[in-house]
Design a protein. Structure first.
Length: 372
């Protein structure tokens, strides 16, 4: 087994991992960035829409261009990048097993930043395993990365930003989105995204869900029905659509396997996707020297992931002595200010409250309390 020794090992080259690697390497640390994909960037390379928000959060810039910018920064910083590399084990001594190009490696680091992201939720219903039923993220990858149309007539389930944005991008690629279905009584995503869907003539059925998908060997149609306040199907409200594809945009949950493996303690926060690692304001977990950033800490948006990555990278470099107390404090205050901005307003209130709970539970844990 080949040995690699580094100051900071960053697991995941999405927006959080790229930002963390850049900050730590820029401060002078030896950084190794590891990702299982052949191309870095994570979700950013699937996002062809323009970001919202402020200029400092790349407002008006398309997601894949932000990814290119972050990648250039990482390359210029001198960080080592290991792509097509799977981390299959992570031990409390901060060593990990990695498979890279068919060879086994043991990577030892003084500090580890886990930025593994999140995975799509699924939902079960009659016909849910039939070819043609897929996650909205998979459809987005097919269209925006692989240039393959997943189907011609598509029904989207879920009206969060993912469901709304991917629906519009599928239409841009030439598919017909026959309807969008949402189980909640109102749309979950931003009004600007929903407005584009409505102007394109796509009906949005709130308070509805899938009853069944049918077909011989692949999806041929879908039946939806209204639900009551307890999410029970209401008989007599069924509607049928002829479709060849059903996309599910029903939320994400953090990819926490490595954090469990290394011994991190967890919190359960439904708004963040379920079980998430406890961490402090420096993004350090209950395992000393192990940090987290991005959707593994709780599912938010790419802008928040980048800022959490910045925070983890700065704090890891500071802990290793590459930044002075004054330098680190100034950077941390700037990053925290930007995070506060991202978690403000109506849409950010729930995320802000959830993050405050996560930090408070970490404080309780360190004082000897039990939060699990």
């Amino acid at each position: 087994m080949r040995q690699i020794t580094t100051d900071v090992a960053v697991i995941g080259a999405g927006p959080a991992g790229l930002s963390a690697a850049y900050q730590a390497a820029r401060a002078g640390a030896k950084v190794t960035l590891i990702d299982e994909n052949k191309r870095p960037g994570g979700q950013l390379y699937k996002q062809i829409h323009k970001f919202f928000g402020s200029k400092e959060h790349h407002a008006g810039v398309r997601g894949y261009l932000i990814g290119e910018e972050l990648l250039c920064q990482v390359r210029d910083s001198g960080a080592d990048v290991m792509l097509d590399s799977l981390v299959y084990g992570l031990l409390p001594d901060k060593s990990m097993g990695v498979v890279h190009e068919g060879r086994n490696y043991s990577v030892s680091a003084k500090k580890i930043i886990i930025a593994s992201g999140a995975k799509e939720n699924y939902m079960a219903f009659p016909g849910s395993t039939m070819p043609g039923v897929m996650g909205a993220g998979a459809a987005q990858t097919m269209v925006n990365v692989n240039r393959v149309l997943p189907g011609k007539r598509i029904l989207m389930v879920g009206s969060g930003n993912v469901g709304l944005i991917v629906s519009y991008q599928l239409m841009q690629a030439g598919a017909e989105v026959v309807a969008l279905v949402e189980g909640a009584p109102k749309i979950g995503g931003y009004g600007v995204h929903a407005g584009k869907i409505r102007r394109a003539g796509v009906p949005i059925y709130v308070g509805h869900t899938i009853k069944r998908v049918y077909g011989q060997e692949e999806v041929e149609g879908v039946e939806i029905a209204a639900v009551d306040e307890k999410w029970n199907l209401i008989e007599g409200t069924e509607k049928n659509f002829q479709v060849d594809t059903v996309c599910l945009a029903v939320g994400l949950n953090p990819m926490t396997e490595l954090a469990w493996m290394v011994g991190c303690k967890f919190d359960f926060i439904p708004a963040f996707g379920g079980h998430v690692p406890l961490h402090d304001s420096n993004m350090e977990t209950t395992v000393e020297g192990v940090y987290v950033a991005g959707d593994i800490t709780g599912v938010e948006e790419a802008s928040s992931a980048m800022e959490e990555g910045n925070m983890a990278g700065v704090c890891a470099a500071w802990a290793l002595g590459y930044l002075s107390q004054e330098e680190a404090q100034e950077k941390k205050e700037q990053i925290q200010r930007r995070l506060n901005t991202l978690r403000s307003g109506v849409f950010g209130e729930r995320r802000r409250a959830s993050k405050e709970k996560q930090l408070e539970d970490m404080r309780i844990y360190r004082e000897g309390g039990n939060v699990l």
